[in-house]
Design a protein around this ligand. Structure first.
Ligand code: EPU
Length: 337
């Protein structure tokens, strides 16, 4: 393992603030994972594995080892008439992997086109967009358990997947994801229920969309609505969409008839946090070097912050103001370090 010391993290995360890592290395083999885990234990230092750093906010220097995941490779491990199973290295770029599958005609993750980040990060927060969550295509995950010091294959059912959550989020720092096995469909059922996808296909005059048509539509929608982190630092949706019991939802809906929400069970509603933040007056608001994105209020953007603390404080203000207006406490979706 090659260790660097006192490294600026600016180039390694999408908010691009100036925090430093005391130690820094990269992971290029499964053996590296065991080595860095042991090294951190021996030196009593915390370990933080990062992918592309696109869902993370550093608010202070990290006094431990930051290890950048660089395990690569896409390998077909089985194939039947209807499915393929692929083993993919955690360090592969997510969108590159989606495009590869679309090109091969293997369906299931096309609605997740252009989500920033790496394959290994995708199960951690169970990435989701336009009616699809990544858990639907995950067969199993090969991980190193840093508590038991052993390699494990976690089957999908043991990953505790939920809305933007998983066992990896619930037991942070326990498992290091090395490879993810995906099951993809050779005769895919396309998911075009999301209104905005149908609109784009309609505008283009596409009646029988291909996988590629869907992927292109998603890329178009995301490019129009979400800021490019290379131009404006951000980590996608900063908050989760909160769930409310039906009674609380009905009270609020009576008070705010335009409130955007949809039922998720017989007695609960998911509320669009973007709507709440916009209705609390934050959309397009800038304070110093931080702002609430003008086209999508769920995204906080940096106009050149020095410290992630600036973004954190801004998010606190949003949480406070949404709580005051709606009595809903927003939860952050981005990992705060
Ligand atoms: N809305 C507003 N104002 C806003 C933003 C949204 O009123 O500024 C309302 C709109 O009425 C819209 C509704 O909120 O109809 C939902 O918005 P949208 O479809 O854009 O989705 P979202 O709930 O804001 C979620 C994911 C996104 C994902 C989109 C598309 C979360 C936290 N975010 O956003 O994921 O791309 O759905 O499916 O669940 C991410 O995780 O980083 C991310 C971008």
């Amino acid at each position: 393992m090659q260790l660097s010391t006192n490294i600026s993290l600016k180039a390694y995360h999408s908010f691009s603030s100036e925090e430093k890592a005391h130690y820094f290395t990269s992971i290029k083999s499964n053996d590296d994972i065991v080595e860095i885990s042991n090294w951190c234990k021996d030196n009593h230092l915390p370990l933080l594995v990062i992918g592309a750093g696109s869902n993370i906010l550093f608010t202070k220097d990290f006094n431990g080892l930051v290890a950048k995941m660089e395990l690569m490779g896409i390998k077909k491990i089985s194939e039947s008439a209807s499915e393929v199973v692929l083993q993919v290295g955690a360090g592969e770029n997510w969108h590159h992997f989606v495009s590869y599958c679309v090109q091969k005609g293997w369906g299931g993750i096309e609605n997740l086109s252009l989500i920033p980040g790496t394959v290994g990060a995708s199960p951690i927060q169970n990435i989701g967009a336009y009616g699809v969550e990544v858990q639907e295509c995950i067969e199993s995950i090969y991980v190193y358990d840093t508590i038991q010091n052993e390699w494990l294959t976690l089957k999908n059912a043991h990953c505790a997947f939920g809305y933007r959550t998983s066992v990896f989020k619930q037991s942070p720092n326990r498992y290091i994801i090395a490879q993810v096995n995906f099951v993809l469909q050779k005769q895919p059922q396309l998911k075009t229920d999301y209104g905005v996808i149908r609109e784009v296909l309609h505008d283009k005059g596409i009646k029988n969309p291909s996988l590629e048509n869907i992927a292109n539509a998603i890329v178009q929608i995301r490019t129009q609505k979400l800021p490019d982190p290379k131009l404006l630092g951000n980590a996608g949706s900063f908050f989760k969409n909160p769930t409310l019991p039906i009674e609380q939802y009905e009270q609020l809906k009576a008070q705010f008839p335009n409130m955007m929400a949809y039922p998720i069970s017989d007695n609960a509603y998911k509320i669009a946090a973007g709507w709440l933040i916009e209705a609390a007056g934050w959309k397009g608001v800038r304070k110093g070097n931080v702002g609430c994105y003008e086209k999508q209020a769920l995204v906080i953007v940096s106009y050149g912050i020095e410290s992630g603390k600036e973004v954190f404080d801004f998010s606190e203000e949003i949480i406070r103001s949404v709580k005051e207006k709606f009595n809903i406490v927003l939860e952050r979706e981005v990992n705060i370090v």
